[in-house]
Design a protein around this ligand. Structure first.
Ligand SMILES: C[S@@+](CC[C@H](N)C(=O)[O-])C[C@H]1O[C@@H](n2cnc3c(N)ncnc32)[C@H](O)[C@@H]1O
Length: 237
């Protein structure tokens, strides 16, 4: 079964193949399998790691409104699925810190791309990248490591369990209060998404919430025992 949308992926990879001077995709793949740098570049192009702190700020404001239903006894179990270079799980952690002690946060953050995960674990970002974070939270949770870069403090980094995970192939953990999966579903075919929505629903506790990206609305959410309670937020029934 095809899982990534083919034309989109083909366009992206064909352009790279041509740029590297290969005439056929077979020749290119053959060369990439023998050259780590070519392979890294190929994987990079396939996975697109773009991310931002507080990406689509108004959605994070909407999420915060839902926290009272998700945080129980000052505890929450959350998953940032396809977390890329970490901006998403750090955003979630920072936002939660305003509503509960972060010692009660269990946060899993996964991605298929090991290089992105390395950046995420290190938690070092430029001033420019950190700009969307309000000053008070930056002061509390980031420390300067160079004149232009800051690192998330150990207390925050240690609370996030960064792990390699392929959404399309591997089983999901269960009993989550919140799953954030944004800006990756767009790359998947409808049949792959159908399987994923079932798996996300099974991974949530009843009343738990799935938060998707701004172009990733789920049609017929009730098929998956999910109920849309706001645009981009789906509650497990
Ligand atoms: C555009 S980024 C989204 C980052 C973040 N969620 C956000 O919205 O800012 C997409 C991420 O999906 C990851 N990805 C692609 N296919 C995946 C898969 N099958 N399983 C897990 N992650 C995947 C990529 O490695 C990339 O880091």
């Amino acid at each position: 079964m095809e899982k990534y949308k083919r034309p989109q992926m083909e366009r992206r990879l064909t352009a790279l193949c041509t740029k590297r001077g290969f005439h056929t995709f077979g020749e290119y793949l053959d060369a990439a399998s023998k050259d780590a740098r070519l392979m890294d570049e190929l994987l990079d192009r396939m996975t697109i790691n773009v991310s931002e702190f507080f990406r689509n700020q108004s959605r994070w404001d909407a999420l915060a409104q839902l926290f009272p239903a998700l945080i129980r006894n000052n505890r929450i179990k959350a998953w940032s699925a396809a977390c890329s270079t970490g901006q998403e799980p750090y955003t979630l952690m920072l936002l939660l810190s305003k509503y509960m002690p972060i010692s009660g946060v269990s946060l899993l953050a996964t991605d298929i791309d090991e290089r992105a995960l390395r950046v995420a674990k290190e938690g070092i970002y430029s001033e420019e990248e950190l700009a969307p974070i309000e000053q008070e939270l930056r002061n509390k949770f980031f420390r300067a490591v160079t004149s232009t870069q800051q690192q998330a403090v150990d207390e925050v980094r240690a609370r996030i369990d960064f792990r390699k995970h392929n959404l399309l192939e591997q089983p999901f953990d269960t009993d989550f209060d919140l799953i954030v999966c944004r800006n990756v579903l767009i790359y998947f075919t409808d049949s792959a998404k159908d399987i994923l929505y079932h798996k996300f629903a099974q991974a949530l506790r009843p009343g738990g919430m799935l938060f998707v990206g701004s172009t990733e609305q789920i049609f017929h959410a009730e098929t998956y025992r999910l109920k849309q309670i706001q645009p981009f937020f789906y509650q497990k029934l």
